[in-house]
Design a protein around this ligand. Structure first.
Ligand code: ADP
Length: 244
């Protein structure tokens, strides 16, 4: 899947200022339906501010965010067909796998029987054993926890999943496994994934396309191969140095 697929999300001159600081500065971008798009950049480059605007947790100061052809700047997060997976997966400890997966459905007042049916379908889709429904999440392995977090995010069938550095606090070896699993799940679900990370290496492994941010600006967009072979600025090639 590449940027040539039908755009699901379009950003037109999107800007977010905090006082005099343009945290996100005039971004134009189209993300294709079903694409795995990663925004990468060093700390402070504006990634979190950007994804929070896309997910509806922050309003742009100016510019437009379009979901298909609908302007969604002012649509609150819980009214958007999108879902965010947070840092360290943010599961509820001391709750069962089932309770975690059903959370988004519960807050949408879906009845308990429908919730359980949906949770069990998702567990099957994400290769979680059926008897895990009543298992405490703290007893699950790192890989299983990621699948629970994804099942929870997929519970109400969102069109786009946003990921806010979900693997940043996870040790290297497990992170490598989770990156691969996440990529597989992306392929299996066919959903649009928008992912942020400060790790270009992580972006390279998983993404269809990467957008590199620096000081609020999107300075290059391309496939991992394009970014790797033709970095368009010294900043990108130096940033790439971390991967080699
Ligand atoms: P990143 O996710 O790439 O680390 P952020 O989007 O968190 O970058 O931050 C981009 C810039 O905007 C930083 O300089 C940060 O200090 C600033 N910033 C982010 N959120 C706020 C806020 N709520 N108020 C003021 N400044 C902010």
């Amino acid at each position: 899947m590449t940027g040539t697929s039908e755009p699901i999300l379009r950003l037109k001159n999107v800007r977010k200022a905090f006082g005099n600081l343009a945290a996100v500065d005039d971004i134009n971008l189209s993300i294709g339906e079903g694409e795995f798009f990663t925004i990468v950049g060093p700390s402070g480059s504006g990634k979190t501010t950007l994804i929070r605007m896309l997910a509806g947790m922050e309003r742009p100061t100016s510019g437009d965010i379009l979901l298909r052809d609908k302007r969604i700047n002012d649509t609150p997060a819980n009214e958007r067909p999108t879902c965010m997976v947070f840092q360290s997966l943010a599961l509820f400890p001391h709750r069962t796998v089932g309770q975690n997966i059903e959370f988004a459905l519960k807050i949408r007042n879906v009845d308990p029987a429908t919730r359980e049916k949906r949770a069990r379908e998702l567990m099957q889709q994400l290769h979680l054993p059926a008897d895990y429904y009543s298992k405490n999440v703290t007893l699950c392995s790192g890989g299983e926890r990621q699948r629970v977090a994804l099942a929870r995010a997929l519970a109400f069938d969102p069109q786009i999943l946003f990921f806010d550095e979900p693997l940043s606090a996870i040790d290297y070896k497990l992170r490598k496994t989770l990156e691969k699993e996440l990529k597989d799940i992306h392929r299996e679900t066919g959903k649009t994934f928008v992912y942020i990370t400060h790790s270009l290496e992580e972006a390279m492994v998983m993404s269809d396309r990467i957008g590199v941010m620096r000081r609020g600006k999107l300075i290059q967009v391309g496939s991992p191969n394009e970014i790797y072979s033709t970095p368009r600025s010294r900043f990108v090639s130096e940033f790439m140095g971390d991967v080699n």
